[in-house]
Write a protein that binds this ligand. Sequence first.
Ligand code: NDP
Ligand code: 8X3
Length: 258
Amino acid sequence: MPKIVFITGATAGFGEACAYKFAEHGYDLIINGRRTGRLQTLADTLEKKYNVAVLTLPFDVRDEKAVMSSISTIPDDWKAIDILINNAGLAMGRDHFNEASLDDWNVMIDTNIKGFLYVGKAVSQLMVERHASTGSAGHIINMGSIAGKQVYEKGNVYCATKFAVDAISQSMRIDLLRHGIKVTAINPGAAETEFSLVRFKGDETTAKKIYDGLKPLTAADVADIIYYCATLPPHVCINDLSVTCLQQADTIYFSRTN
Ligand code: NDP
Ligand code: 8X3
């Protein structure tokens, strides 16, 4: 039986790269995102290229009812989820605390904390039930950030949401220990995806500047690391992994070529 991996935020960036990586290795996939066209195209491509089964599960992670009903009504043969990559998330704006937009803060809190919690809870329940009936283990891989380890100027609420992911990952690891569920937090530094374009609301020039003089991480780099964490022996769990490109020491210190 192929293993099943459930990836939120699979329409771009890390999530999409993970979908390719796991499909390449024969996993069946449940993929989520809001852009249904992209989701269906990805499903069609992966099914054709890698001969795997793909279930699309479009919902907005901020919509509690949609998350809970979509996941509880997954067809029975898809409920045996081995790995959750709880990745959907975003930054909105990069402004000093007093100047930042409340709307931006609400979107980040609703997506990166509340949506992340809804998905984590719904899938962990399925994993717990499966562990009780078959003894099989699950693995939850949470997408944190180095912004969840160290704050930076104008990072305020985005950093806070990733500090929350860090804290929740630690709590999940403790609470799910008795159910044999591994919990891994991945904390990347700057990676060139659609992240900055979303953060700067479509302003391509500002988004590009983030990577000026850098060879940043790619989505494929992060997917490789996630795949490595997910395929270690059953008794081994990477709890927390931070990764940056060579030119980045932490959230503040960079060695740019320009
Ligand atoms: P992208 O913008 O490239 O991808 C983000 C993904 O999240 C998209 O698939 C998007 O899909 C999905 N998403 C966003 N909001 C929602 C929502 N409300 N409901 C469902 N899906 C949603 O960014 P990344 O791949 O870079 O980011 C992925 C994660 O990695 C985020 O949690 C981010 O905070 C984190 N991260 C990113 C870093 C970076 O430098 N790129 C570094 C460290 C962490 P859609 O729009 O179709 O819904
Ligand atoms: C994304 C990395 O440094 O832009 O989480 O906040 S950073």
